[in-house]
Design a binder for this molecule. Sequence first.
Ligand SMILES: C[S@@+](CC[C@H](N)C(=O)[O-])C[C@H]1O[C@@H](n2cnc3c(N)ncnc32)[C@H](O)[C@@H]1O
Length: 148
Amino acid sequence: MSNASFLSATRDSYDALARRTYPDLRFEVGSMLTLDLADAALSGLLASYSIIHIPWERRPELFAEFRRVLAPSGQLMLGFQIGDERLHHTEAWGTPVCLDWYRQQPDEVAGLLSDAGFDVTATIVRQPVSTEKTPHGYVLARKPAAAP
Ligand SMILES: C[S@@+](CC[C@H](N)C(=O)[O-])C[C@H]1O[C@@H](n2cnc3c(N)ncnc32)[C@H](O)[C@@H]1O
């Protein structure tokens, strides 16, 4: 089993910071749509506020990739902002960017995970805190024990 954490290639400082802070852990840079991992390599996968940058129509492809890399009985957890909006930003902290945000509906995410062959075990909604603009959603799912 691998314990790699996948980070985006778009911000070099993320993986430098991660390696500096946790020198004993292994970090890889890559796209979650094409993870450089063998089938069934992971026992757990957390995608924390990162599926929000994947176009809605590519979620079936993404969840199939998550299922591929998870071992049978492997656990998946997703976190995201709830909503129906697609947002586009051209600037962040004074730096020009081209970044899309796709808010998610927990029941829709859960349905897509079921379609991808996961058993959905929990769907959680929490209300916004502090400066947050939306409720947040968390979906937990498990790859079936008998899955190939
Ligand atoms: C809002 S940040 C969340 C960061 C962190 N996971 C957290 O929970 O605080 C979104 C993250 O998704 C990453 N990301 C966006 N598209 C990605 C992709 N196709 N593959 C891998 N990571 C991606 C970004 O680089 C960024 O690290």
